[in-house]
Each structure stands twice: as structure tokens, then as C-alpha cells.
Ligand binder design. Sequence first.
Ligand SMILES: NC(=O)c1ccc[n+]([C@@H]2O[C@H](COP(=O)([O-])OP(=O)(O)OC[C@H]3O[C@@H](n4cnc5c(N)ncnc54)[C@H](O)[C@@H]3O)[C@@H](O)[C@H]2O)c1
Length: 254
Amino acid sequence: MRGLAGKRVLISGGSSGIGAATARRFLEEGARVVLGGLDKAEVDAAVTELAALGEVSGLAGDVSAEADVARLVDGAVAALGGIDILVNNAGTAWREPFLEITPGHWDRIISVNLRGMFLVAQAVAQHLVERGSGGVILNMSSTNGLGGEADYAHYNTSKGGVLLLTKTMAVELGKHGIRINALCPGYIQTPLNSSISAGLADDFVSGYARDHIPLGRAGLAEEVAAAYAFLASDDAAFIHGTELVIDGGQLAIM
Ligand SMILES: NC(=O)c1ccc[n+]([C@@H]2O[C@H](COP(=O)([O-])OP(=O)(O)OC[C@H]3O[C@@H](n4cnc5c(N)ncnc54)[C@H](O)[C@@H]3O)[C@@H](O)[C@H]2O)c1
């Protein structure tokens, strides 16, 4: 991928699943990486696993908490000497029928997936504007940001919000040379989805893929990592303020 070697990359939610695969991919491209995550032991384990690939370090914290976000972004700037690319990836999800969602559960999903996305994006954007040499911000949405999957009203709402946050940031920050896009993966095999499907039938994933995904399988974290790498690269230099769907054709079904 053109233009990623030597780039300084902050990946929120980089300790597991899609974020960990993305850290691996950026290191393979010759970038330097700081990864974040909620759990310190998981962050440390991810850094240990990736250390042989290049320069990588980690910082634990909650993206919905302003003080943690300040530590994450300031820590990444200190470790890397600046940030060129933000992979704004941290997020959480669980199934819950609309009629049963408590205000507390609603607030937690919105707080992590939307407030957290805003806090990290704003802190990094302030750094990029101040430095004055542009940059890239990639916000993690979902196909659930484009349609209303049952039992995910809070999650769908958070991911829909990420799409409009992305467009508005693109409109305001393009003049600073900062490119901003969103990613909309469909069903990807990650620890998050394993925990959601743990209480469901053994053949849930294969049945879901057969019924809903034209390619007939769930996606891989590495396939979303490739999309992050492309959108961050110079090959995507005129792609701005939009979303890339990575779903095996799921949204093409009428
Ligand atoms: N797996 C899918 O099918 C899928 C599809 C579309 C979008 N996504 C999105 O991709 C992103 C990554 O999901 P994944 O499937 O790899 O999940 P995962 O559970 O494997 O990884 C989630 C990452 O986010 C971090 N995280 C969670 N809550 C956090 C918080 N409050 N503060 C800081 N970090 C926090 C975790 O520590 C971890 O590093 C999420 O934003 C998710 O909504 C996933």
C-alpha cells in the first residue's frame, strides 16, 4: 500500500479483533503503531505478540472517559513524536430487544461507540490541525449504521451517528488536509461476535452467512484491516467524507 511506511498510527481498540489485525497490517506496511484497549492485560498481550513486527506500544483506558482519552492521545504523540493516522476503532455491542433496553445500557453503548469516537477523533484532529501538515482519521461504523438490525437499537444508533460525525468532520477539516472516512463492516469473525453468538445455536454463524451474506461466509478481521490500510494510504488520496462497506454483499440483497 502506498505511503504507509514510517507513518505514525494510533489505533483505539487495537488490542483485539479487527483493531489487533489492523495493528499487524500497519506494522507489516512499515508504520509505527500505538494501540489502545480497555483492558491493560489484553493491551500488553497484543503488544507482546506484535513486537517482532516493528515499533509498537500500548496504552489502556476507556475511550468514553475524557481523562483516559487525553492520556491515550498525549501518550501516542509522546511515543511516536506525533500522529499521522488515527484508526478510531474501539467499540462494543450486545444483543437486546428494543423493549428491554434500560437507560443505563443505552447510555453505555452510546457513550463508548459515539461519545468515545468523538472524544478520540477531536483530540487527534486538534493535534493534526495544530501541526498543520494534514493526516487521516478513519472512524469505525458498521452496516448496522446503515440499516436497523433487530435487537441492536442502541448499537445501530451509535453506528449511524458515527457516519454523520464522519461527514461533518470531513466538511469542516478537509481544508486542513485531513482526510476522514468511515468503515462499515458486516459480519466479521472477532471475539466480540463470538461472545454475542455464544448464547445462540451452534450453527448460528454458518446459518447467518448462508441466509444473509452472498459470499456465504463471515468476514475476517484481516479483511477489514486491509480496508483500513487502503483508506489510510495515498491510494485513497481523493476519498473523503464517505463510507466503505466491507460486508460480502450483505447490503446488496433486496
Ligand atoms: N465484528 C464485527 O462484525 C463488526 C462489524 C462492524 C463493526 N464492528 C466494529 O469494529 C470495532 C472492533 O470490533 P471487534 O469486533 O474487533 O471487537 P473486539 O471486542 O474484538 O475488539 C474491541 C476493541 O475495542 C476495545 N474497547 C471496547 N470498549 C472500549 C472502551 N470503552 N474503551 C476503550 N477501548 C474499548 C477493546 O479493548 C478491543 O480492543 C467496533 O467498533 C465494532 O463495533 C465490528
